[in-house]
Write a protein that binds this ligand. Structure first.
Ligand code: HEC
Ligand code: HEC
Length: 287
């Protein structure tokens, strides 16, 4: 019941001030709960500033948003609700608005033995988000289910490159979720308009550092990087191949890689094996 309540809220546009958008407007299920524009507008078409990230396996994240300013999914729910350029609303007004909805009140009473108040609302949405687990891509079948036929030789070559010292990709994008959750500067810019983790810490050493994102379902979560400035995986791989722009905080792992045309294609082919079709087509997550 908690999950069902959270799911209903996730798709409910009455959470935004003018009832125009829901969480799912920016976190679209068929795109692994991300968006395909560099930054999504919120209510009254107020422009957003960052690319909406995937919610794939968000339960495993130790902190949220790209600078890692929030430590729980419950707290994170408040951000889009109050953010001027997202829902532009506030949670007290939402619970007032939903008071007369008997379905919600019945569900909340069952789930939390209370009317749909602030605490029930954020906990229910977080419960739904925690269920968005993906681990059945072609790569998973190969790696964890011993299905050697699920990757082609070309894709395996890309996987070997990904895990090699030649590219260093897995040094940051390692582990089950393809991230070490660190904050890194990957040389996207010489000067950052969005200063990343520095916004939170006010420390120059954090300028241009962003949370290393998961690469699960990366095929469908473009455009890429915090601002959606790279529009294809070919461009992402080319960015790393060039070694990025010079920046005092750029990680020493980011340097020119000297990849051949074929190697670049192999890397992209591997990244595409991380798509979990069961997850993105899962009807139980849909409205
Ligand atoms: C207008 C578009 C928009 C709407 C609506 C929206 N989000 Fe987001 N969401 C974003 C963007 C952009 C970010 C990245 C913010 C950042 O990094 O500072 C984000 C980040 C997140 C994150 C953090 C993910 C991570 O990897 O750290 C979660 C969780 C999330 N949103 C859940 C929700 C929920 C739940 C709702 C509805 C209550 C919602 N979002 C509504 C655009 C949106
Ligand atoms: C030093 C750590 C580091 C290394 C090494 C690294 N990355 Fe990243 N990667 C990051 C960070 C940090 C971001 C997010 C940057 C941003 O949001 O602007 C990122 C973003 C990405 C994205 C976009 C994800 C999204 O959702 O927008 C892809 C794809 C990617 N990296 C693939 C790779 C590949 C392939 C390699 C190896 C060639 C690699 N990375 C090496 C840290 C790293």
């Amino acid at each position: 019941m908690r999950w069902a309540l959270g799911k209903k809220l996730f798709y409910d546009s009455r959470l935004s001030i003018d009832s125009s958008i829901s969480c799912a407007s920016c976190h679209k299920p068929h795109l692994a709960f991300s968006d395909d524009v560099s930054s999504t507008s919120g209510v009254f078409d107020r422009p957003g500033t960052r690319n909406a990230p995937t919610l794939t396996n968000v339960v495993y994240q130790p902190y949220f948003t790209r600078e890692g300013g929030l430590s729980s999914l419950e707290m994170q729910v408040l951000v889009p609700i109050q953010e001027h350029n997202e829902f532009g609303f506030n949670i007290i007004e939402i619970t007032k608005r939903l008071k007369s909805d008997s379905v919600y009140q019945r569900m909340s009473n069952k789930a939390y033995q209370s009317p749909l108040d602030y605490s029930a609302l954020v906990r229910a949405i977080a419960t739904f988000e925690r269920s968005l687990i993906s681990g059945n891509s072609a790569y998973d079948k190969f790696q964890y289910q011993n299905d050697q036929s699920s990757l082609t030789g070309f894709e395996v070559a890309g996987m070997e490159l990904f895990y090699s010292d030649k590219t260093n990709c897995s040094q940051c994008h390692g582990g089950f979720n393809f991230t070490n959750y660190a904050f890194e500067n990957n040389g996207l810019y010489a000067e950052y308009t969005d200063t990343g983790r520095e916004r939170l810490t006010k420390n120059e050493a954090d300028n241009g550092r962003f949370k290393v994102p998961t690469l699960r379902n990366i095929e469908v979560t473009g455009p890429y990087m915090h601002d959606g400035s790279l529009t294809s995986l070919d461009k992402v791989v080319e960015h790393y191949n060039q070694g990025g722009f010079g920046h005092p905080n750029k990680s020493s792992l980011i340097k020119p890689l000297g990849l051949s045309v074929i190697e670049k294609q192999q890397l992209v082919a591997f990244l595409n094996t991380l798509t979990d079709h069961d997850f993105i087509n899962n009807k139980t997550f849909r409205n």
